[in-house]
Design a binder for this molecule. Structure first.
Ligand code: NAD
Length: 291
């Protein structure tokens, strides 16, 4: 099937990146959010990010102008339903995602494919509540979307081959590479990455190292481009905690217990870069460790 119109629900870090790459690849994009402020911020950010790509010679001015003209924003979920492919990229909470799919249901076209950018939640369970589990797929982008090459495609138990192929074609049109993952908690990338981040938070919690020494150790000692705590701030500490909880609940193994210090940061509303404070404080010129 041919996909030309894409609806993106959730205009946060991931939603704005997804809208950005889809529009540049020639798709018509409708972006929505519950928060008008988030939506305005996303539209401004997409334009600013594309301007930066133009100034760095990565895309031409005409590409930027064309892409921006293909993105519209809406607070009306009905408009999102009238598309060929919906990518849900709202907050990592199952109840939030379920409500979105419930509210989309009356507005969908018969052929609309539903997908979720969830980092960890069961695709099979999200699909089972919709009227089209065979047209439901996990479509998991990495952050920042315009930069990262990988997309994980996760089939639920009922997902049909046509849906998988249609989404695979979208990934190819974006010039990205798909890794196929089975539908188990946190799939491939986050099953490996987020427990490492959680372990870094335990290392901090137990006083083995401070924020700077832990990040420096992993950058210079393991050749990671970013330290694990810096990366946690980049992902969002609420998202990291939500993923650990899904691993802990879904695999019933105590090795996935979230570090109490990670919980405490989230309780404080220190969610990382997006709230300007996490393991680092981003309110000044240079990030300053908070521990
Ligand atoms: P975010 O906090 O930046 O953005 C979430 C957005 O969802 C917010 O703008 C919020 O207003 C909106 N939202 C909440 N409830 C909504 C609703 N009912 N309808 C519409 N919008 C709603 O989060 P994010 O980092 O963009 O993460 C979004 C999703 O992408 C999550 O499922 C997350 O697990 C996944 N993801 C995140 C990363 C990452 O590194 N941050 C990477 C891959 C996937």
């Amino acid at each position: 099937m041919d996909i030309s119109k894409i609806g993106v629900v959730g205009a946060g870090q991931m939603g704005n990146g997804i809208a950005h790459v889809m529009a540049l690849a020639g798709y018509e994009v409708r972006l929505s959010d519950v928060s008008p402020e988030a939506l305005d911020k996303a539209m401004t950010l997409i334009a600013a990010n594309m301007d930066r790509q133009v100034s760095r010679g990565k895309i031409a001015q005409e590409d930027r102008d064309g892409a921006l003209s293909r993105i519209s924003s809406t607070l009306d979920i009905a408009e999102i339903g009238q598309t060929d492919l919906v990518i849900e990229a709202a907050t990592e909470q199952e109840t939030v995602k379920q409500k979105i799919f419930d509210s989309l249901a009356p507005h969908l076209l018969p052929h609309t494919i539903l997908t979720s950018n969830t980092s960890s939640i069961s695709i099979t369970r999200l699909a089972s509540r919709t009227d089209r589990p065979e047209k439901f797929l996990g479509f998991h982008f990495m952050n920042p979307v315009p930069v990262m090459q990988l997309v994980e495609l996760i089939r639920g138990i009922a997902t049909d081959q046509e849906t998988y192929q249609a989404c695979m074609k979208v990934v190819e049109n974006l010039g990205k590479t798909a890794a196929s993952a089975e539908d188990f908690p946190a799939f491939i990338v986050n099953r490996i990455l987020v427990p490492m981040i959680n372990e870094a938070v335990y290392t901090l919690y137990e006083g083995v190292g401070n924020v700077r020494s832990i990040d420096m150790a992993m950058k210079l000692g393991a050749n990671h481009p970013m330290g694990p705590l810096e990366l946690a701030d980049f992902i969002g500490l609420d998202t990291c905690l939500a993923i650990m909880n899904v691993l802990h609940d879904g695999l019933a193994d105590t090795k996935y217990r979230p570090c109490p210090l990670l919980t405490k940061y989230v309780e404080a509303g220190w969610l990382g870069r997006k709230t300007k404070r996490g393991f680092y404080d981003y309110r000044g010129e240079e990030p300053v460790p908070t521990r």
